[in-house]
Design a protein. Structure first.
Length: 213
């Protein structure tokens, strides 16, 4: 290897190096610690011990446990729930919803969700964390709706977050409340019902009124 090549390789930033490995270890340790001790007993120190890093390494990136857990949840969702681009808003939403189902019904995903739901009522600090998580996820997955508006598949002014909430909410209802099957057929029906209303303007900023109303 020539000297010029060797010097060049030394100046190039590494991708997937120690920093990425530390981040991954800390976020994995956060979810593991959450499942072991609950959010009420979740601490940066415990996460650092589990991840095998010094607590100052964690504090340098995440100043509090709320932001640490939010990032851990966003990382997991980002890996398991795609933002599809199939060319059809209906197929995009079905794909997205099926990924959500896969995430929240996996052993780890369901355990995390049930832990947070169980503690949510008595730990008010979880509320802003949940809002931050969902705001980030809706901003990301809203691209599916925005793209459909741009191509004319959905009316101008369609509220992307409202549409996505209407698709996702029945999935959580069946998992956490009614304990009914979350089948692909159910997911497809939910998406179809939501899109039917949205195409008629039900989710626009100024809903279209039916004639005579």
């Amino acid at each position: 290897m020539g000297i010029g090549t060797d010097m060049s390789s030394k100046t190039k930033p590494r991708t997937g190096g120690r920093s990425a490995r530390v981040r991954s270890a800390v976020l994995e340790a956060t979810l593991a610690q959450l499942l072991e001790s609950g959010f009420g007993n979740l601490s940066v120190e415990a996460v650092a011990r589990r991840a095998g890093v010094h607590k100052t390494t964690v504090y340098r990136r995440w100043p509090d446990r709320e932001r640490l857990l939010t990032d851990a949840l966003l990382e997991r969702s980002g890996q398991l729930v795609r933002v599809p681009d199939t060319g059809s808003v209906e197929l995009d939403l079905v794909t997205l919803a099926l990924d959500v189902v896969g995430n929240i019904t996996s052993p780890k995903g369901e355990a995390v969700l049930r832990t947070l739901v169980a503690e949510g009522g008595r730990l008010p600090e979880l509320s802003p964390m949940a809002r931050s998580f969902w705001a980030a996820r809706f901003a990301l997955t809203g691209e599916v709706v925005n793209r459909a508006i741009a191509t004319g598949e959905l009316p101008q002014g369609t509220d992307a977050q409202l549409l996505l909430e209407c698709v996702v909410a029945p999935l959580y209802l069946r998992l956490l409340v009614t304990d009914e099957e979350l089948s692909p057929d159910f997911v497809a029906r939910v998406v179809k019902v939501v899109l039917e209303g949205c195409r008629q303007g039900a989710a626009t900023t100024h809903p279209v009124l039916q004639s005579g109303s």
